[in-house]
Design a protein around this ligand. Sequence first.
Ligand code: ATP
Length: 448
Amino acid sequence: MPESVTMDKIVSLCKRRGFIFQSSEIYGGLASCWDYGPVGVELKRNVKNAWWRSIVESRGDVVGLDCSIMMHPMVWKASGHLEGFSDPLVECKACHMRWRADQLEKAACPSCEGEITEPRNFNLMFKTFMGPIEEDAAVVFLRPETAQGIFVNFENVVTTSRKRLPLGIAQMGKTFRNEITPGNFTFRTREFEQMELEFFVKPGTDEEWYQYWAKERLDWYVGLGIREENLRLRDHEKDELAHYAKACVDIEYLFPIGWSELEGIANRTDFDLSQHSKWSGKDLSYLDPQTSERYVPYVIEPSAGADRSVLAFLVDAYREEEVEGATRVVLKLHPSLAPVKVAVLPLSRNEKLTPLARDVYERLRCSFVTEYDDTQSIGRRYRRQDEIGTPLCVTIDFESLEDNQVTIRDRDTLAQIRLPIAELEGTLSAKLSGEGFGTDSLWAGARA
Ligand code: ATP
C-alpha cells in the first residue's frame, strides 16, 4: 500500500464527495456510527449486488433469505452467544478508558500508561425490550450475526426450495455488536452490515468445500479490482478459533492500519444445527433422498462485512497522480462498483449547448447510472468525477452542435475520443463492460 493512502485522506474524500458522513453530525456526531451519502449508498449497493450475483444468482446451489433482526432469545442461548460472545474488557484505573485486553500490546493503558484492571468478559450483544414493559421476560437482542437466522430456517428452506445438499443459504443485512473499541472509520463499528453464506454439506466433504470457498472468495475481491498483493489468507491458530469452528481462515487486506480481517471463512461443523436441534427439540438432520442416509450437515461459512468491503474497495482504488504539474486524486473503482458510470458535461452552461446536452443525458440515463453537471469549470467537474470514480465522461462542446459528435474521456488513462452521438451508447457499454478496454482500434490512437 503506498504510504500516500492514509485513513485521514479516505475519510476526508468520503466527506468531501458524499460517500460517508458521520452520523448525527449536527449534534456533534455519534461515535462509531456512519451514514452513506448519495454516492456512498450507490457504491455500497453495488458491492452488495456484486456479492449477491456471485453467491446466489450466478449459481444453482445457493438460495437467499432475509430474516428479522430480533429473534427468539433462545436462539442466542442455543448458539452460545449468550454465554460466549464476549471480549475481555479492561479499564484504566487512572483515566477510566476501556480497552480490549487482547488488543493491548502491554499491560498499561495506551492512553495514559495508567494501571489497568483484570480483564472481565463483556458480552457484545445489544439488549433491548420487546413490548411496553421493561422486564426480564421481555428482553431481546439485536442479532450479532446474520448466520443464526439461516440456521433456524434451515428446515423451512430445504423443504420449500426443492434443493438437495450441498446447498447454500445466503443473507445480507444489519448486525450489531457493542464493540469495546470501535474505530478506524467504518472498519470497526457497532452497527454494520454482513454478507454471509452458510453452505451446508455432507460431513466428510467439508474440508474440500472449505478450501473451495476460501479460494472463491479471494477471487471475488480480485475480480472486482483489488490488487492481489494487498490481499492474503491467514489461517487461525487453534487457540484463536471461535467456539463453533473446526477451522477458520481470514481474508486479510492491507488497510492503512495494516493487515486486517476483511472476511472470515469458517468450518462451523454441525455445531449450530445440532445446538438448535437440542434446544428446540426439532430434528434438523437431513435425509439424502438418493442414498437414504440421514446426517446433520456440516457448514462452511464465508462471512464478509459490507462496510469493511466498501472501505477496502475505496482504499485500493484511491490514487494520487501527477498530471501536468498538479496532483489528481482519482478512484480507480471497477466499473461495476463505480457509483456513477457516465457523467454528461456540457462545456459550459449555455442556452445553445444545454438542449443537446440534456438530450444526450436523457438518452444515456435509460442505460447507465448517469450524472448531469454543468456547474463550474470543466476542469473542476472532471476532478469531481475522478474523485467519485466515474469511469467515463461525455463532453458536449460547440462543435457538437455542428457535427453531432461528442468527446468521451477515460478516467484511468485520460485518453479522449470523439465519436458520433449515434454510436455513444454502444461504445460506452463496451467500455464499461471491460470489452477492449484500451485495446480496441477506436481507442488505439486516443490521446490524453
Ligand atoms: P474481529 O475479530 O475483527 O472482531 P470477527 O472475527 O469477530 O472480527 P466475524 O464474526 O468473523 O468477525 O465477522 C465477519 C465479518 O464481519 C468480518 O470479517 C468483518 O468484515 C465484519 N465485521 C465484524 N465485526 C465488525 C465491526 N465491528 N464493524 C464492521 N465490520 C465488522
